[in-house]
Design a protein around this ligand. Structure first.
Ligand SMILES: [Ca+2]
Ligand SMILES: [Ca+2]
Length: 149
């Protein structure tokens, strides 16, 4: 699956995503494989049809910052309800860190992340909240991801 992902994701895009998210190369390609396997239309976007794409001013360049953020958000939002739940966060963190961390540690990390990001108190992370997390606590976020390695 790695080879398929690397042909679809250009090197500079990888670098950009790495910079933005703090993920490693292999984590991103793993996610990207998942992303592309979900992309049934084969057009590089996840179900633009059943998502509210009308609220952005027309199509954006594929490598725009907001598209990257949207891409990263979708990696977490497994059921695509535009909100990252605690369960989803746990699942994604589990995928990222493998077996090197206990369920308890994973759970408390997810709790902490949601507590830090959740601004409207619905116990989930919306895209807006997600963007703010990456913007405001970018360094801290990266550190907490690094810490898990
Ligand atoms: Ca969700
Ligand atoms: Ca929220």
């Amino acid at each position: 699956m790695g080879s398929r992902a690397s042909t679809l994701l250009r090197e500079e895009e990888l670098k950009e995503i790495k910079k933005k998210t703090g993920f490693s190369h292999s984590q991103i390609t793993r996610f990207y494989s998942r992303f592309t396997s979900l992309d049934k239309g084969q057009n590089g976007t996840l179900s633009r049809d059943n998502e509210k794409s009308k609220d952005v001013n027309g199509p954006e360049p594929l490598n725009s910052r907001s598209n990257k953020l949207r891409f990263a958000f979708r990696l977490y939002d497994l059921d695509k309800d535009d909100k990252i739940s605690r369960d989803e966060l746990v699942q994604v963190l589990r995928m990222m860190v493998g077996m090197n961390i206990s369920d308890e540690q994973l759970g408390s990390l997810a709790d902490r992340t949601i507590r830090e990001a959740d601004q409207d108190g619905d116990s989930g992370i919306s895209f807006t909240e997600f963007v703010k997390v990456l913007e405001k606590v970018d360094v801290e976020q990266k550190m907490s991801i690094q810490f898990l390695h």
